[in-house]
Design a protein around this ligand. Structure first.
Ligand SMILES: C=C(O[C@@H]1C=C(C(=O)O)C=C[C@H]1O)C(=O)O
Length: 148
C-alpha cells in the first residue's frame, strides 16, 4: 500500500508539502470579503470616493467603491482566489492518489477498477451540495481519478 496516502487517510495529516502553507495563508486572512475590507476602511485612498456623507467608507451613495479602490480590492481578493485554487489543486491530487490506491487494491484482489454504486453516491453528494454544476464537477473528478 502507498504509505503516503494511508497516512493521510488515517489521521488527516497532510503529507504533501505546500498545502499547509496555503491553508495558513488563507486561514489567517482577517477580512473575509470585499465588503469586510471596505467597511473596515482597509483600502488605500478610501476617502476619495466618499460622496455619501458617511466619513471613511470610501463608497458612493450606492455602496460602490471608487474605481481606483475597486481595482485594489479586486487585486487583493484575487490573491486569495489564487491561494484557494492552489489548495483545491493540492486536494485534487491527494484525492487522485487515494483513489488510485483503492482501485489498485481492488484490481489486485480480483475486482474491477470502477465501482458504480460508489460513484453514484459521490455524484449525489456533489449534486445535493452544489446542484447540476456540482454533479458535473464530480463527473470530472471521477474521470480524472480513474484515468478516463
Ligand atoms: C476509489 C474508488 O474506486 C473508483 C474511484 C472512485 C473515486 O475516485 O471516488 C469511486 C469509485 C470507483 O469507481 C472506490 O471504490 O472508492
Amino acid at each position: 500500500m502507498n504509505t503516503t496516502a494511508a497516512t493521510s487517510a488515517g489521521n488527516g495529516t497532510a503529507t504533501r508539502t505546500g498545502a499547509g502553507t496555503h491553508a495558513a495563508a488563507a486561514g489567517t486572512a482577517g477580512a473575509r470579503t470585499v465588503q469586510d475590507r471596505a467597511s473596515r476602511g482597509d483600502t488605500d485612498g478610501a476617502a476619495k470616493g466618499d460622496t455619501d456623507g458617511a466619513p471613511g467608507t470610501g463608497n458612493d451613495e450606492n455602496g460602490a467603491a471608487a474605481p481606483q479602490d475597486a481595482e485594489a480590492l479586486i487585486a487583493g481578493e484575487r490573491v486569495r482566489i489564487d491561494q484557494l485554487d492552489a489548495r483545491i489543486i493540492w486536494l485534487v491530487r491527494e484525492r487522485l492518489e487515494l483513489s488510485e490506491n483503492i482501485q489498485r487494491i481492488r484490481i489486485e484482489s480480483g475486482g474491477r477498477r470502477v465501482h458504480l454504486s460508489r460513484e453514484m453516491e459521490i455524484l449525489d453528494h456533489y449534486s445535493t451540495e452544489l446542484g447540476r454544476p456540482g454533479r458535473d464537477l464530480a463527473m470530472t473528478l471521477l474521470g480524472l481519478c480513474r484515468g478516463q
